[in-house]
Design a protein around this ligand. Structure first.
Ligand SMILES: *Cc1c(COP(=O)(O)O)cnc(C)c1O
Length: 363
């Protein structure tokens, strides 16, 4: 089966990457114009005076183990935002090609497309926020220039997932035409494992994963593209020569130690439990019109008066995300699930809205 490298921008297929200096340590490094002096406070293994390893094998192995894929199928990126940008630049010719997105969804797909000068084809989610897979297939096959189809599962901000069989069918329909990118930033909070096990059978499937959410490392900016090994190799050649700062790599390696992973998994299970409790309590508030079921670490909540709810949160020193001016999301705020104490504080702030005393947190 062919992978998706034929869909890359034609002028990039023979791209010659910048040759980064060797990462070897324990030799006299006079080849990279680095400084010879390491700061006294520098506690990194390799020294911040040295360029980072362009391809940190230990991190790639750890990510491959985490996602149960071969290391050759992993490209480590500076978070998913970097991955989205790299994919759009690699596949879309400015002024010619397009990406397909299914709003309401994560905004970065369209931002990256606009930056690259790629067109944006929108196939809105259905009324219940389910993916309109037949409409996606029709829109992507009805024109020759849709190079990337961005799907988000669980979807930000609506919280619902896409059935794996639906994605698989779409990949087969679009094989040879479009790459199907499934952003699984929140999959650790969902009821199923995600699509990594399907990669080998679906050559035009690309997955985005991140350490920013369930693994608690948003500040380190570490994400991953999971894809066919040929595509990973091609994309690596298009990425900057030193994509990952050594501080970030070392933080990720610490985080991916078995004991640390076990702790993070327990915390993720706790977030899922508190998400359900918070949803139930929010539904009991008179000001709340609707709380959508969520498989992420957040809830989409429709309020009778979203701007009043925003003000109540602001007055209590709580930030939540306002989506109320976006199509289909009238009255909606997106609220991240916090600790039990954080959720109680949120509910206290919202409880004052209607002057009601109901809605005590139980999480
Ligand atoms: C938060 C989020 C990400 C993660 O982005 P990073 O750049 O990895 O921090 C990716 N996709 C979606 C839909 C998100 O909400």
């Amino acid at each position: 089966m062919t992978s998706s490298i034929e869909l890359l921008r034609p002028e990039l297929r023979e791209f010659v990457a910048y040759a980064a200096g060797s990462p070897r340590r324990g030799v006299l490094r006079l080849h990279a114009n680095e400084s010879s002096w390491r700061a006294a406070w520098d506690e990194t293994d390799d020294g911040l005076n040295r360029y980072p390893d362009p391809r940190p094998a230990a991190l790639l192995e750890a990510l491959a183990a985490l996602y149960s894929v071969p290391a050759e199928a992993v490209l480590a990126t500076r978070g998913s935002d970097d991955a989205i940008d790299l994919l759009v630049r690699a596949f879309c010719r400015a002024g010619e090609d397009a990406v397909l997105v299914c709003p309401p969804t994560f905004g970065m797909y369209s931002v990256a497309a606009r930056l690259q000068g790629a067109a944006i084809v929108e196939v809105p989610l259905k009324r219940d926020f389910a993916l309109d897979a037949p409409a996606v297939a029709t829109a992507a096959t009805g024109r020759s220039n849709v190079k990337l189809v961005f799907l988000c599962s669980p979807n930000n901000p609506t919280g619902n997932t896409i059935a794996p069989a639906t994605v698989a069918r779409l990949c087969r329909t679009l094989q040879g035409r479009s790459v199907v990118v499934v952003d699984e930033a929140y999959i650790e909070f969902a009821a199923f494992e995600g699509l990594a096990s399907r990669l080998a059978a679906l050559p035009n499937l690309v997955l985005l994963r991140t350490l920013s959410k369930a693994w608690g490392l948003a500040g380190a900016r570490i994400g991953a593209i999971l894809a066919a090994p040929e595509l990973v190799t091609a994309l690596r050649g298009l990425a900057p020569p030193y994509p990952l700062p050594s501080l970030a790599v070392e933080a990720a390696l610490r985080r991916l130690q078995p004991a640390e992973l076990a702790g993070a998994r327990r915390r993720t299970a706790g977030v899922v439990r508190r998400r359900e409790q918070l949803a139930a309590t929010l539904r009991s508030l008179p000001e709340v019109k609707r709380v959508w079921p969520s498989e992420g670490n957040f809830l989409l909540v429709r309020f009778a008066d979203a701007s009043r709810a925003m003000s109540a949160c602001e007055a209590a020193g709580i930030l939540v995300r306002d989506f109320s001016s976006q199509p289909r999301l009238r009255g909606c705020l997106r609220i991240t699930v916090g600790t039990a104490a954080e959720n109680r504080r949120l509910l206290r702030a919202l409880g004052r809205l209607g002057g009601a005393t109901r809605g005590r947190a139980n999480g």
